[in-house]
Every structure is written in C-alpha cells, then in structure tokens.
Ligand binder design. Structure first.
Ligand code: XIL
Length: 318
C-alpha cells in the first residue's frame, strides 16, 4: 500500500504533494503522482500565487491550476489551494503600488473573490493568508500590513468565505514548529481573526525541516493542540526534511527516516490533523537546493524516483 492509502486507513483524509504543470511531461514522475494509492491530494506549488494568477491588474491566468485541478478530479484526488494574501511572489503592481487602506482593501477583495469563486467547489482548503509573521512574533512589514495594519487578516478570510462557503480556510506559516514566540503570535493571530467575526478553520504548519533538527513528536502534538483548542483543524502543509551535509552518510539517512516518521506520528496523534502534504515528493523537483544552497535530498523519493529509507520507515509506521 502507498502513503495515501495508509494515511486514509489511519483515519486521515490524505497524503498529498505539491506539483506543477511543468512536471506533467515527466512520465516517471507522473506515474507516481497519478497513483492515488500514493497521493490523495495535489496543491499547486506556484501557479496560484499572485504573480502567476493575477500578473497584471484584472488579468487572471487560471490555465495551470485548472489543469492540476482537472488531473486531481480525473484521478479522484483532492485539491488544496495555495495562496491568496502573501507578501512574496507578488507582481510589482501590488508590491510597489501606491495604496491607501481603501484601495488595497478593494484590490484584495477583487483578487480573492475572483480566484476563490473560480475554484469554488474544487478546493478542499485554501491557504488564505501565508507567512504574515516574522520569526520574532511581530507582524511582517508587507505591503498589506504597512497599509492596513492587521485588518487585511479578517478581510481576507471574510472575502474567501463569501466566495466559497465550503472551503476550509487556513492560516499557513513556517517556523511555528521551532520558535515558541512565533507560535504564540500565530495563536494571537487566529484569535484576532475570530474576534473580528471572520471564519478560520485551520492552521498549516509548513514543516520545512532539517535532518537532525526536526522537532519531536511530543512538541508537534502540543503545538497542534494549541490550535485545536481554538476550534481549528491542523495540517503539515509543505513537508520536506533536508539533509545539511551532502551526500548524506548512513547515519543521516537513518535520521531522516526517523524525522519523517516523527512528523507523521504527530499528525496521527491529533484527531484534528486532517493530513500531510509533501512539498514535492522527488528530489528532482525539490525547491530546497536552489533556495538553500548546500541543503538537499529532502524528499521521500530520490531524483531517480527510487524510494528512500525514509519512505519505507513512514510506510511501515503507518
Ligand atoms: C516555493 C516554491 O517551492 C518554489 O518553486 C518558489 O520558487 C518559491 O516558493 N513557503 C511557501 C511556498 O508557502 O509557497 C514556497 O514555495 C516555499 C515556502
């Protein structure tokens, strides 16, 4: 049995993966991606980000995410959607525009309404707001925060909810798993959205970890439970565990396997954890080596599509 089948048997909704249309012409890759036994959910790695989906004012480009959505439907897989209000991968007209609170509110409203309406009924969940916090727990100085203060948060969730009342609406961020101050700030952020009367249904922990520095299962369970106490679902939304020394030695290879198992165990231990999404499943397409030079080999399959010991350990744990 593959990872998704095993996750479903364990009571979860899915094991998913990030994917992009430029992967579609790689037959060996797609043989694994299309196998619902392995993956029960796709998330577009880049094509729903603002710079790609609305590169110019009121010019929307749905072709790439549409074909990922269509493939998911054909395969009987779920579709997770990523992301709406995020400071990164913004077109310059947004990032460098001259905005007032009213004009930026209108822009966010138009952006979210158009996109969420287009995918209404297709997206199981949306990462509505991504990475609004600094590592020290203060709000990131994005164009959104500089112009609107925290009002962009409830606005984003409210507009998304109106456009698709059935989508699960998530706040998604990284380093919540390792930085207590940032986790505290995310708890406060969720409470702020709730206090404003806006719907928020889930917390996404990106889970971009490093071998030997992955938080243990106990701490990941405790972290999730802080958000469960606020009524939220939880997920590990972009899991990868990078080697810090390449090529990895046998100790590190075994440690990567233990680290992956620890994260999967943390999802199984929390009833409200809905599933896990891998941020690509093969090293061939992982973002890690280009973004973090010197790091790599972070995925469960090698660049040649053989399963790593970490795959076998996760499968036997499940
Ligand atoms: C990354 C993609 O994997 C890369 O291809 C792209 O160049 C940059 O973005 N947090 C997120 C994801 O929420 O959208 C990021 O994806 C990785 C970090």
């Amino acid at each position: 049995q593959g990872l998704n089948a095993l996750m479903v048997a364990a009571g979860k909704l899915y094991m998913g993966t990030a994917i992009e249309t430029n992967n579609f012409n790689d037959a060996a890759y797609m043989a694994i991606a299309n196998d619902r036994n392995e993956f029960g959910l796709y998330v577009p790695e880049n094509s729903q980000k603002w710079e790609e989906i609305q590169p110019a004012v009121n010019t929307f480009s749905f072709a790439a995410p549409d074909s990922i959505d269509a493939l998911a439907k054909k395969n009987g897989q779920m579709f997770r959607c990523h992301t709406l209000t995020w400071h990164s991968q913004l077109p310059t007209f947004v990032a460098n525009g001259t905005w007032t609170k009213d004009t930026l509110s209108a822009l966010i409203t138009t952006h979210i309404t158009n996109i969420v309406t287009h995918y209404a009924g297709s997206c199981y969940a949306w990462d509505v707001v991504n990475e609004a916090l600094n590592d020290n727990g203060t709000f990131r100085s994005s164009v959104f925060f500089r112009t609107m203060g925290t009002d962009f948060l409830p606005l984003s969730f409210t507009v998304a909810s109106k456009a698709d009342p059935n989508a699960k609406l998530y706040y998604n961020d990284f380093n919540l798993e390792t930085l207590p101050r940032k986790a505290d700030a995310a708890v406060a952020l969720v409470k702020l959205v709730q206090a404003a009367g806006a719907p928020i249904h889930g917390i996404g922990f990106q889970a971009h970890f490093r071998v030997g520095q992955t938080p243990n299962t106990t701490s990941l369970v405790a972290l999730q439970n802080r958000f469960v106490a606020l009524g939220l679902d939880t997920t590990f939304s972009e899991l990868d565990i990078a080697h810090t020394s390449l090529p990895p030695n046998s100790t590190a290879i075994e440690r990567q396997a233990q680290d992956y198992v620890g994260v999967v165990a943390a999802c199984l231990a929390v009833q409200r954890c809905v599933g896990i999404t891998l941020w690509q499943f093969s090293d061939k397409y992982s973002w890690i080596p280009t973004t973090f030079p010197g790091l790599g080999d972070a995925c469960l399959w090698t660049a040649n599509f053989t399963k790593k010991p970490a795959y076998s350990s996760v499968a036997s744990f499940l």
